[in-house]
Design a protein around this ligand. Structure first.
Ligand SMILES: Nc1ncnc2c1ncn2[C@@H]1O[C@H](COP(=O)(O)OP(=O)(O)OP(=O)(O)O)[C@@H](O)[C@H]1O
Ligand SMILES: [Mg+2]
Length: 350
């Protein structure tokens, strides 16, 4: 099901990271408040137009820039060797928030556990195309079946999704013995560059914990933006896992001579827990240059995303409750990810 979403002025401003008056925002949108509606509501497409208008580009110039664009979308690969830290929660909500903020976003579920697919209520059968099948292909021609594999989550092409299937674990097994399997994501992006450049401004990837061939190939592809996005919980186990992740990245550099750095987001922060305070101290003294300023608090919003009684109520937090504490933390995270990962719109500067 494709969603038509609208949000209020305060949410639009948080997504833009600006402090305009509501009057100024309305002017920038180029729209008028619908008759009989008390408060203006904005759509992801409005925010896209506002971004263009702020940069002084009119509708015609936008169309030209989009038609001319050949650049691959910005790539955010969420990665952590430890399980349960919040990779899926943050990648799905980051992707949805980027879309709400006006960037056409593709989310790829690269985890056979398919947690992102469950959160987006997309179920596919074993015959359907998923990223595992795409990565095991060895031909160098565009994947002409890719568009049919994509699910439209938000209308106007603002948020598309490539779901996972449990049988994707078999792709991992076959890649384990394949030649150059770490290059497969880069090859997939290159052969589909024209299609991806035309439809998306950003690609977000949710990977499996541990070190699987698929997650390794996505980690390698992150040498282009220069960084992966790592999620840590402020606790000892998570910090230990940061070290195993670093050795993973060193190995990639040794084999490929490409450096992949990491930007770290702290998730499930809780100010009153003693071990949290200690771990925060350790993270700030040892990983300061990699830490992202925005911190995601521990909040029940993330577990409330799933509704066991009524599946139609299962939705990413930023869509379900954009005024919640968790959603506003994600909006501020997204505003920091935009420059770090070079996210932009065709025709605009990074
Ligand atoms: N900021 C948060 N506050 C409270 N709960 C959270 C937060 N972030 C994630 N969670 C909860 O933690 C659990 C694990 O989250 P999630 O599935 O996103 O982690 P993951 O790293 O993707 O796990 P896996 O390694 O299994 O893929 C979920 O129950 C989720 O609701
Ligand atoms: Mg996950």
């Amino acid at each position: 099901m494709t969603l038509d979403i609208e949000f209020k002025t305060a949410v639009a401003l948080a997504l833009l990271g600006k402090e305009f008056s509501s009057k100024r925002l309305l002017e920038l949108s180029g729209r008028e408040k619908p008759r009989g509606q008390h408060h203006m509501k904005y759509t992801p497409t409005d925010l896209r137009s506002i971004r263009y208008r702020l940069a002084g580009l009119g509708p015609e110039e936008q169309q030209k820039a989009i038609a001319k664009n050949k650049q691959l979308p910005a790539l955010i690969v969420t990665r952590m060797t430890k399980g349960g830290v919040g990779k899926t929660s943050l990648s799905v909500n980051t992707a949805a928030a980027l879309a709400m903020a006006g960037f056409r976003t593709l989310l790829i579920d690269a985890d056979p556990q398919r947690s992102a697919s469950i959160l987006l209520k997309i179920r596919i059968n074993s015959e359907a195309l998923h990223i595992g099948k795409l990565l095991t292909r060895t031909n160098n021609v565009r994947d002409s079946d890719l568009p049919e594999a994509l699910h439209h989550i938000i209308s106007d092409g603002m948020f598309d999704f490539l779901p996972a299937h449990i049988s994707m674990a078999e792709s991992d097994q076959s890649l384990a013995t394949a030649m150059g399997s770490y290059l497969r994501v880069e090859l997939f992006l290159e052969r589909n560059q024209e299609f991806l450049a035309k439809h998306y401004d950003a690609i977000v990837v949710d990977t499996a914990p541990g070190t699987t061939p698929i997650s390794l190939a996505f980690t390698y592809a992150a040498h282009v933006p220069g960084n992966i996005l790592t999620v840590v919980e402020p606790d000892g186990y998570s910090i230990e896992a940061l070290e195993s992740l670093a050795s993973n990245l060193n190995e990639i550099e040794m084999v490929s001579r490409k450096r992949v750095g990491t930007r770290i987001v702290i998730n499930k922060y809780h100010p009153t827990l003693k071990h949290v305070a200690e771990s925060m101290g350790y993270l700030y003294s040892n990983y300061q240059s990699q830490l992202i300023e925005s911190i995601i608090p521990q909040t029940t919003g993330f577990s409330r995303q799933f509704s066991t009684e009524d599946e139609s109520k299962t939705l990413p937090l930023v869509i379900k409750d954009p005024s919640s504490i968790g959603a506003s933390a994600v909006f501020s995270l997204v505003n920091q990810l935009i420059p770090i990962f070079g996210i932009t719109l065709p025709g605009l500067q990074k």
